[in-house]
Design a protein around this ligand. Structure first.
Ligand code: Q9C
Ligand code: ZN
Length: 678
């Protein structure tokens, strides 16, 4: 299993720069690269990465995507004077040439290919390449939107050719539509392209009809192009997360890529003059964390846009930190997608219904009156007084945004990288422990007794049960003291351990503890009501009503022979969990578990995105491979094998739908359609 994170940066790529006055292009500056790298250095992230050198992409490699004509044109600019460069630049929409542009663009291509090689050869698990010029607007025969060669598209073709890959996922989170990438792969079913982008009903650059949600691909590639247009500015963390839960991730898990490449533009982040969006840097940690669960962790992140230096730098750091396996920072802001975002999400799900099993039972009856709705939205948007107002708030906001970003890293950089997972066990069990898992010593009997008698006496009546709680205490203490990030324990009384863990956390000061119970779990009465949310995944309806205020029962029996649980995790559990914003997550696996090892590991891996990755898992099961796989998921350095893709049955989809209807007023991240109940 490969480990480590590659970082590719070459100062030479800062040579490409604008030599004349051009208000459209003047934001694409060399400092975008140097400042991002400086920021990585100051947070000591550079030294934690594996340095991989860039190289020039060969002509042959560039020709995998571009025409000979385009290559020759680019090559010819090397010896031009300023006037000639300006004239050639004018042939394209938003591009500038410098004598060094050709060399830099070849380095940008080569950097992307070096990253693919490092990941595919198993030298590293994942990595990031900081490159200029960017690539995703560039087309077979044209430079466009600051892009000369399509670095990501070339990387994907190269990976297909050199490593025989049959399924590559490209995630384009840049705020602009990578129309170049779409054109290159629109007939290709081996590359799934996802892009969200500022669209504003085609008002925003590049203002193309084919950037809308109904461009799903052509010919054999039908269904393999996913466009999620944002029709309003100001989209934030919750809108991006909703897009991942309800659009990208279900399709990506079904696609089951062998490699994931990110067209990683940060102009979709807060403060960016192009994007005008509100997502904070830590959202990129979450997006990265989700994508790390695919393709066995093989993830190549390649820089595209991002024009607010501070925002760009912080977001790059968030991405690299997450690639390294650090705890995922807490996401901020109200966890509810806006109406316009939900409408876009609903539209793209409907457009892709014919192509994806995970969307097979999507209700599309709303499509009839859609044109009217979009028309209304557009009208509201172009209301002049409303526009003035947003302009005013924007100006006031600029100061706030600057201040926010200044304080940003101070709040989220953890004192020490704590990719540590604690566990307890007998002598010799070290042999079974994955890297980064540390064995902690059990408490002795008297210590436990002192603790229990004061605070847990009502929960624990028998001496022998009491002793089994030792590991829970020890591990939870380490989590609370931030000595480790998360922990796992085996316990003959998982329900009791969980109850003790919750109380321990609440006593420590946590206001919200998320409990996910799997299997038959005895609900412990009058636990810390009001400060916990229980999601109970069990095979049959819990007959006895619990006293617990926030209690959700999710009846689920995993399909034999495959893993259909992902649909419940993405469609229900994660949205609820992200809406709740816990400070601590407790996962307890009881007897008669109704989920397989891969289902439980996927659940645990994804729950690491919450509560700054503070997760305590307790398992009432002696199966060593379950413990091992879950421990690996907690460490975050390996991905649970997902198994054979099994689409959820209509019955299961209906179950999730019903739960969504029931809970989406309370837990708003569940919203993914406009018609029912918003
Ligand atoms: N009126 C990237 O972020 N704007 N490119 C053109 C013309 C061009 C952005 C406006 C924006 C290009 C990689
Ligand atoms: Zn962009």
């Amino acid at each position: 299993m490969a480990s480590g994170t590659a970082l590719i940066y070459d100062e030479e790529m800062t040579a490409h720069k604008l030599l004349w006055n051009d208000p459209i292009c003047d934001i694409e500056v060399p400092e975008r690269l140097s400042f991002s790298y400086e920021q990585l250095r100051s947070y000591h992230l550079v030294e934690r990465c594996v340095h991989v050198p860039a190289r020039e992409g060969s002509e042959e490699e560039i020709l995998l995507v571009h025409s000979l004509e385009h290559l020759e044109m680019a090559k010819s600019t090397q010896t031009m004077n300023e006037e000639e460069l300006k004239r050639v630049s004018e042939n394209y929409d938003a591009f500038f040439f410098h004598p060094s542009t050709y060399h830099c663009a070849r380095l940008a291509v080569g950097a992307a290919l070096q990253l693919v090689d490092a990941v595919m050869a198993g030298k590293v698990r994942n990595g990031m390449a900081l490159v200029r010029p960017p690539g995703h607007h560039s087309q077979r025969n044209a430079a466009n939107g600051f892009c000369l060669f399509n670095n990501v598209a070339i990387a994907a073709e190269y990976a297909k050719l050199k490593y025989g890959l049959q399924r590559i996922l490209i995630v384009d989170w840049d705020v602009h539509h990578g129309q170049g990438t779409q054109y290159i792969f629109e007939e290709d079913p081996s590359v799934l392209y996802f892009s969200w982008h500022r669209y504003e009903h085609q008002e925003f650059w590049p203002s193309l009809k084919e950037s809308d949600y109904d461009a799903v691909g052509l010919g054999k590639g039908k269904g393999f192009n996913i466009n999620l247009p944002w029709n309003k500015v100001g989209m934030g963390n919750s809108d991006y997360l909703a897009a991942f839960f309800h659009v990208l991730l279900p399709m990506a898990f079904e696609f089951d890529p062998e490699l994931v490449i990110v067209s990683s533009g940060y102009d979709s982040g807060i403060g960016d003059p192009e994007g005008q969006m509100n997502a904070t840097p830590e959202v990129f940690a979450h997006l990265t964390h989700f994508l790390m669960q695919l393709a066995n962790g093989k993830l190549c992140v390649i820089l595209e846009g991002g024009y607010h230096l501070k925002s760009l730098g912080e977001s790059v750091c968030m991405t690299v930190k997450t690639l390294l396996g650090d705890p995922v920072p807490q996401i901020t802001g109200e966890m509810a997608p806006c109406l316009s975002a939900v409408e876009s999400i609903q539209n793209v799900r409907a457009a892709h219904k014919p192509y994806w099993k995970c969307l097979a039972y999507e209700d599309t009856s709303f499509l009839q009156n859609l044109s009217t709705k979009s028309h209304l939205l557009k009208k509201a948007n172009s209301n002049p007084s409303a526009e003035d107002e947003s302009q005013i708030t924007n100006n006031n906001n600029t100061v706030k945004v600057e201040r926010f970003l200044e304080l940003h890293m101070k709040n989220i950089l953890f004192p020490v990288p704590s990719i540590k997972t604690a566990t307890t066990g007998s002598e010799g069990s070290e042999y079974f422990l994955p890297e980064h898992v540390q064995l902690v010593k059990e408490m002795d009997e008297t210590e436990i007794k002192v603790l229990v008698s004061g605070f847990y006496a009502d929960l624990v009546k028998e001496e022998k049960t009491l002793l089994s709680l030792g590991s829970t205490f020890v591990i939870l203490d380490k989590i609370l003291k931030k000595e480790v990030c998360n922990g796992i324990a085996a316990s003959p009384t998982a329900a009791l351990s969980a109850a003790v863990a919750v109380r321990h956390g609440v006593r420590f000061g946590f206001q919200r503890v998320l409990c996910v119970f799997v299997g038959d779990m005895q609900m412990i009465p009058n636990t810390e009501d009001g400060k916990m949310l229980v999601i109970n995944i069990c095979e049959k309806e819990q007959s006895r009503k619990t006293s617990c205020k926030h209690y959700i029962s999710l009846n689920w029996k995993e399909d034999a022979g495959g893993n259909d649980f992902f649909s419940a995790v993405l469609g229900f559990i994660l949205p609820v969990a992200y809406s709740y914003q816990p400070n601590l997550t407790v996962v307890a696996v009881g007897p008669n578990r109704n989920l397989g090892i891969s289902g439980i590991s996927l659940l645990v891996a994804l729950l690491r995105g919450l509560a700054e990755s503070r997760v305590f898992v307790v398992i009432e099961d002696t199966e060593i491979s379950l413990m091992q796989t879950v421990a690996k998921a907690l460490v975050g350095t390996s991905t649970p094998p997902f198994g054979i893709y099994v689409p959820p049955t209509q019955e299961k989809v209906n179950k999730i739908k019903a739960l969504r209807d029931q809970f989406q007023q309370e837990w708003k991240m569940l919203q993914c359609s406009v018609k029912d109940g918003i």
